[in-house]
Design a protein around this ligand. Structure first.
Ligand code: ADP
Ligand code: MG
Length: 321
């Protein structure tokens, strides 16, 4: 759900309630001409996709249609909530020949699994179900149940048959969940499609994860970061051809007593990650990398995040404890 507010004459603010990033960007140039011959305007459009609210702003009217159609095809392929998706079928069958896109994203997920020493793990799906995050029927499972389900967790139990794009699980009952990476992948695919259509300027906000393509009439796109627990703006990012992804425990969580149980799980313990971070924003060249790594840093914590950042080019990590 989103609302927008006109804060100043030339300032448009989108504050996404339910997500921790707000977008603010200048709609005009810093020094607008006194008598502009041609209005420099942005077209805005919104759509609900991949379980979240997508907002597109671009000087090109066609941009939003291209973005939404690309994100929608990726959702049909990868969503665990769509019974006919390749991921749902793979989860039911335990072995499936998949499309090149699905194979690619599972392969990338296994790379992140290795690079994060298992903090990023798409095989957390049975745990996500057990804690009730899939159907919003939250529960705190017993330690014995968690131990049993942990047997099914571990991306080293996924076999990739490169020659024919077949994905196979080693154990019956295993499942995968691309919730921490699919949105990033969809953003990258959408940006690729925009470029193929010669669209060089566009800001996409997919429920708090953004990609800023090119610039906004000569200025960098300006993205405001909202506090994890309070709605105040805590910082402004200037982005050009970069993505920023935020992960935290303030959006999807449930409370038992005074304790908060968030939707990002530690695949080693089977419990929601408790690394001392309340929110992390990762800025990277690709949205897929920003998405996967913001989830990973949330599991790993501040110290291990520093070592992780060294493994990637042009990575910026902003942590709120
Ligand atoms: P958001 O969905 O808010 O963008 P993330 O990108 O951090 O948040 O993804 C969180 C989702 O990823 C969870 O809802 C769950 O489906 C899945 N997930 C939870 N823990 C992990 C993990 N350790 N590794 C990979 N995926 C995870
Ligand atoms: Mg993520």
């Amino acid at each position: 759900m989103a609302f927008s507010a006109k804060t100043r004459k030339f300032l448009v603010a989108f504050l996404i309630s339910g997500w921790s990033i707000a977008l603010i960007y200048s709609a005009l140039r810093a020094h607008p001409p006194k008598f502009p011959l041609k209005a420099k305007r942005l077209y805005h459009d919104n759509r609900l996709l991949m379980g979240t609210f997508w907002q597109v702003s671009s000087p090109n009217k066609q941009a939003s249609g291209i973005v939404f159609s690309e994100a929608s095809s990726i959702e049909q392929l990868l969503s665990k909530y769509i019974p006919a998706s390749e991921i749902s079928r793979l989860n039911r069958l335990g072995k499936l020949k998949v499309s090149a896109d699905t194979f690619y994203i599972i392969k990338k997920s296994l790379e992140f699994y290795r690079q994060t020493q298992g903090a990023f793990d798409i095989t957390v799906a049975p745990l996500v179900d057990l804690w009730g995050f899939t159907g919003q029927n939250f529960q705190k499972p017993g330690a014995d149940k968690i131990r049993a389900v942990l047997e099914l967790v571990g991306s080293d139990k996924i076999i990739l048959h490169e020659k024919d794009n077949v994905v196979e699980f080693k154990l019956p009952g295993m499942k995968i969940d691309l919730g921490a990476i699919a949105k990033g992948f969809a953003l990258d695919c959408a940006v690729k499609k925009l470029k193929e259509n010669n669209i060089a300027s566009c800001l996409i906000n997919a429920g708090g994860q953004v990609y800023a393509l090119g610039d906004n009439f000569g200025q960098s796109w300006k993205i405001a970061i909202q506090g994890a627990r309070k709605p105040e703006i805590t910082g402004i990012l200037k982005l050009k051809n970069k993505s920023a992804s935020t992960s935290g425990d303030y959006q999807q969580y449930f409370l038992r007593g005074n304790k908060r149980y968030g939707h990002i799980l530690n695949p080693k313990t089977g419990y929601p990650a408790e690394s001392g971070i309340s929110s992390v924003t990762v800025i990277a060249d690709s949205a897929l990398e920003a998405d996967a790594l913001s989830t990973s840093v949330f599991v790993l914590g501040k110290e291990k995040a520093k070592a992780l950042a060294m493994k990637f080019n042009n990575l910026e990590i902003k942590i709120t404890e």
